[in-house]
Design a protein around this ligand. Sequence first.
Ligand SMILES: NC(=O)c1ccc[n+]([C@@H]2O[C@H](COP(=O)([O-])OP(=O)(O)OC[C@H]3O[C@@H](n4cnc5c(N)ncnc54)[C@H](OP(=O)(O)O)[C@@H]3O)[C@@H](O)[C@H]2O)c1
Length: 281
Amino acid sequence: MTSKVVLITGASSGFGKACAEHLAGLGHRVYGTSRRARFEDEAAAPGGDATASRGSVRMLPMDVREDDSVARAVAFVQTDAGRLDVLVNNAGLALAGAVEDTTVDEARALFETNLFGVHRVCRAALPILRAQGAGLIINVSSLAGLVTVPFQGFYSASKYALESMTDALRMEVAPFGIRVVLIEPGDFKSGFTAARVFAAANNEGSPYAERCARAVGVMEDDEQNGADPAALATRLAEAIAATAPRVRYPVGARAQTLAVKLKPFLPTRVFDHALMRQYKV
Ligand SMILES: NC(=O)c1ccc[n+]([C@@H]2O[C@H](COP(=O)([O-])OP(=O)(O)OC[C@H]3O[C@@H](n4cnc5c(N)ncnc54)[C@H](OP(=O)(O)O)[C@@H]3O)[C@@H](O)[C@H]2O)c1
C-alpha cells in the first residue's frame, strides 16, 4: 500500500479520531484537526495546549468556520508534507428543534460548520490537488442527508445541501484527476450526542416540546447504542485504497440503510408516517 498524506477535519473525537488513528496505523501520514489544538509555537502561549501531535496523528488547530484558520492548517500540511493526497471533511455537529422554534441565526450557525465549513476547506485544498493532478476528497455526510429526520430538520437540510454540493464538485473536478466521495453514516456512538445543540426556543413553552423530546430521545438511544466509529474507519480506508472508489458509501444499521433504499419507491405520505412512528412524533 502506498502511504498517503491525509488531512482529517474534526479528529479529536468520534469518526475523525477513529479514522485518523486507523489510517495512521495503516502507515499513512495523517494530520487531524481540532479547534482545541495549537501549533507547536503557540503551545506555551496562554490558553494553548500541547496537543500539536498525538501518537502518529499530527493534530493541527482548525475552526472550519474561519477562513484564516482553515488556510493556515492546509498551508501547514502542504509545507510540512509537501503534498496532500486525501482530504476528509468530517467536522460537523447536530442541531435539534422544530423548524418553527429554530431561528435563522441558529440555522445559519449550523450551516457555517456542516456546509460552508466543508466548502471552505475544499477551496483551500483544491489548488494543491489540482496542481498535483490527483487527490481524493471524502465528505462525511449522513443517512439524514438522504432521509429527513423530524425535529432535526436543519441538520438534515445541511447534509442534503452537502450531498448536492458534493455531487457538483465531483463533476467539476474530475478532469483534474480529483475524485470525490461521500460517506453516509447512520447512527454511531460518538461525541455527537453530547455536542448536539438545541434551538433556544425548544423549552417547555414550545408547542413542540414534548414531541421534540421524544424524537431526540429516539435519536440519542440510536446513537448511544449505535456502532463503534471504528467500523466507519474501515470503510474510509477501503475508499482510500480503491483505484476507483464508489461515489457513495452508506454505512449503518440494516434498517437505516434499507429506509434509504425504500424511500424512492414509497408514496411520501406513507414514508412520513413510518418516520413519525419511528421517532414517536
Ligand atoms: N455520530 C453519528 O451518529 C453520526 C451520524 C451521521 C453523520 N455523522 C457525521 O459525522 C461527522 C463526525 O461526527 P461524530 O459523530 O464523530 O461527532 P463528534 O464525536 O462530536 O466529533 C465532531 C468533531 O468535529 C469537530 N468540530 C466541530 N465543530 C467544528 C468546527 N467549527 N471546526 C472544526 N472542527 C469542528 C470536533 O472537534 P473540536 O470540538 O475538537 O474542534 C470533533 O472532532 C459529522 O459531520 C456528523 O454530522 C455522525
